[in-house]
Design a protein around this ligand. Structure first.
Ligand code: F6R
Ligand code: MG
Ligand code: MG
Length: 372
């Protein structure tokens, strides 16, 4: 049976009124080009959306992960959209397009990528999560809760299909190594690593008993690619739900409360992650707060299930009053954190800041520092 691939590829190619929101003309460029790719048979279904200043291309196809044609398609769309952004003098036009020529895979060229190739089950509900003004480490906490915390995911305790536990792959983005840890047996080791969200990031999750792929996230450190801070690492994640996997509601459960993530204002502050519907996925206060959207859909015969008019049926999962509590908490955290101004821990530690004037200040004061 042919496998189905879900690709979510995103890029900041320019936005309206600062790093705020992707405007309609750029979304239209992506939508039209993906429409054409569907007509040509390269992909089966697409859905274009944005989270803050990130243009998100969701595609279902049968070309497998890291497919050069799919990646070229995304790269060309980002280039076209960035040309339009330049024409309109939108802000940060072409921001994340770090490479000049396409080299077969957009990974490492600036855009963020999450891809999952699956053998379709009887019914395959999928959730994609996409966040702005943060980085891949922001998914460590919810992925732990979803796949390893029995106080959050009831199925870990009461669904025999999940009793075998899950295996989580953790990347060490500084040591450039990876390790697979099995939960519940290695839960403490897992937490010891992934609590350091700026270094260790979960990239894949499999069900332990049969190695069924359950989740895959984008893990990029653009600063490592470019050797300095450029572009943004705003992350994306694909999660499979139900029938021996966490239920939809167990996947959403960790977002009942806000929690702090790195990457707010100038990529240099901790901020409360706010779950929002797509219409509210635009950044305002202090360039944030960091926002996350969750879209749900079904996969059928290589496609995203569509309505009678041929449009993919997409559930905007955080557009729900049930997440009001997390949103209210996030606004309370904003007021607490921003009262601290540039004092840690509101501001990130020195090694993690995207912007800093410290080297210049130290240089200027060099002669005035005396031994004590
Ligand atoms: C954070 C972000 C913004 C910018 C800030 C300064 O991810 O994108 O907070 O860092 O608005 O942007 P520039 O330096 O372009 O004025
Ligand atoms: Mg931007
Ligand atoms: Mg962004």
């Amino acid at each position: 049976m042919t496998k189905t691939t879900i690709s979510l590829i995103k890029c900041d190619v320019g936005s309206l009124a600062g790093h705020h929101v992707v405007p309609k003309p750029l979304l239209n460029i992506a939508d039209r080009r993906l429409e054409k790719a569907e007509e040509d048979g390269l992909i089966n279904t697409h859905h274009v959306f944005n989270v803050g200043d990130d243009l998100q291309l969701l595609m279902a196809h049968q070309g497998g992960e890291s497919n050069a044609e799919i990646h070229r398609l995304a790269w060309e769309i980002f280039q076209k959209a960035s040309d339009k952004a330049k024409e309109l003098k939108l802000y940060g036009a072409g921001q994340d397009l770090l490479a000049t020529a396409f080299s077969g895979n957009v990974r490492g060229m600036g855009p963020g990528v999450a891809e999952m190739e699956i053998e379709e089950r009887g019914s395959d509900p999928i959730v994609v999560l996409a966040a702005d003004k943060t980085s891949a480490g922001a998914f460590n906490l919810p992925l732990f809760r979803i796949f390893a915390d029995p106080m959050s995911t009831a199925g870990l305790v009461i669904d025999p299909g999940m009793a075998g536990g899950f295996k989580l792959e953790v990347l060490d983005t500084i040591g450039e190594k990876k390790v697979v840890l099995k939960c519940p047996e290695e839960m403490y080791e897992l937490i010891a690593l992934i609590g350091t969200v700026g270094r260790y990031m979960i990239s894949h999750v499999w069900r332990a008993e049969d190695d069924l792929i359950c989740a895959t996230g984008s893990v990029t450190k653009l600063s490592k690619i470019a050797g300095k801070y450029v572009g943004k690492d705003d992350p994306v994640l694909i999660v499979r739900a139900q029938h021996g996997l966490p239920a939809l509601g167990e996947i959403l459960m960790p977002f009942t409360h806000t929690y702090l993530v790195a990457g707010w204002m100038r990529g240099s502050h901790w901020g409360p992650l706010m779950p929002v519907g797509v219409k509210d996925a635009r950044c305002t206060i202090f360039d944030g707060p960091p926002r996350i959207v969750a879209l749900g859909f079904q996969i059928v015969d290589g496609k995203i299930a569509c309505d009678d008019g041929g449009k993919p049926m997409i559930a905007d999962l955080f557009a729900d009053p049930a997440f009001d509590m997390a949103r209210r908490e996030a606004t309370e955290y904003i007021s607490m954190l921003r009262r601290m101004g540039e004092f840690e821990p509101a501001r990130l530690g020195i090694g993690e800041m995207e912007y800093t004037t410290l080297p210049q200040i130290l240089k200027r004061l060099e002669d005035r520092f005396k031994p004590f």
